[in-house]
Ligand binder design. Structure first.
Ligand SMILES: [Fe+2]
Length: 278
């Protein structure tokens, strides 16, 4: 099984770098579409829209409509649960009547569980007792497959950057970590939020964080010719060895139709191999 993870696209329509963010997102989807073999699924681990606005989600939905693989989305701290649900309701995996955007997907050799770590009080993560109970219930509903869990906020300390803890308290993060260990079948945790690549663990369960797809918001040092090329993660699952995570830099030849040209934004153009491009 192959999972393409994308995160932190932070789509806006009216900031100076809005076109770049739309372009970064479209380039990434074009690149994922060109993978051979392609992924079984694409998972977006949140901060889809920068302000949680309906028009920002409409832009994100238009970009994701180009994806060949099925797409599943999580909510990040910049997202608005109501608008996100409305924008992505068509495929039916988001429960319309739940307080949280959390669900399990059982269509693959690995069970996929998406969690909602949003806080109503801050940009940091929260995971209240109701969510702990729901996670334990979700992991117990199917008992034969390994489980990959997706969260926006990473459930481990990321030691680079100004603040290593991305939950509101150690106790809250510990509650989530204990729930992740409960079934004994979670084999990987994949997160976003920090905008840089990082790796950690949850009591021996490997956990990774991917950089933001939005290159203008990405943290870390990149050489000049990589600064406007998004990177994303491919997680390949092997029944014996578990997940191997690969970081992929999008191909330089992808071009996208800019929004101001009146074409649908983010539509990939076929790569142009003519000499004039070199
Ligand atoms: Fe973000």
């Amino acid at each position: 099984m192959i999972i393409a993870q994308i995160s932190d696209t932070h789509i806006t329509l009216d900031t100076p770098d809005a076109e770049q963010r739309i372009r970064d997102f479209a380039l990434t989807i074009a690149d994922i579409n060109a993978l051979d073999p392609g992924p079984d699924v694409i998972v977006h681990t949140g901060d889809i829209a920068h302000n949680g606005r309906q028009d920002e989600y409409a832009q994100a939905v238009a970009t994701l409509a180009n994806a060949r693989a099925p797409v599943y989305v999580l909510a990040g701290n910049r997202d608005n649960r109501t608008n996100l649900r409305e924008a992505f309701s068509a495929r039916g995996y988001l429960a319309p009547d739940s307080d949280f955007v959390a669900y399990a997907i059982d269509d693959y050799p690995v069970r996929l569980i998406a969690l909602d770590t949003l806080s109503s009080a801050s940009n940091k993560g929260d995971f209240c007792s109701e969510r702990v109970g729901h996670l334990i219930d979700l992991t117990g509903l199917e008992t034969t497959k390994p489980i990959a869990v997706f969260t926006h906020h990473p459930p481990f300390e990321v030691t680079v950057g100004p603040d290593r803890l991305h939950f509101e308290s150690q106790d809250i993060m510990s509650g989530l970590r204990r729930a992740l260990q409960h079934s004994g079948r979670v084999v990987a945790v994949f997160s976003g939020h920090v905008h840089r690549a990082a790796a950690g663990d949850v009591a021996g369960i490997p956990a990774t964080v991917m950089p933001s797809i939005a290159t203008t918001l990405r943290k870390g040092e990149y050489p000049a010719d990589m600064r406007r090329r998004p990177v994303y993660h491919i997680h390949r699952f092997d029944p014996v060895w578990g997940f191997a995570t690969e970081t992929r830099l999008v191909a330089a030849q992808w071009d996208v139709v800019p929004r101001e040209n009146g074409a649908s934004a983010g539509e990939p153009r076929a790569p142009d191999y003519s000499c004039s491009r070199f």
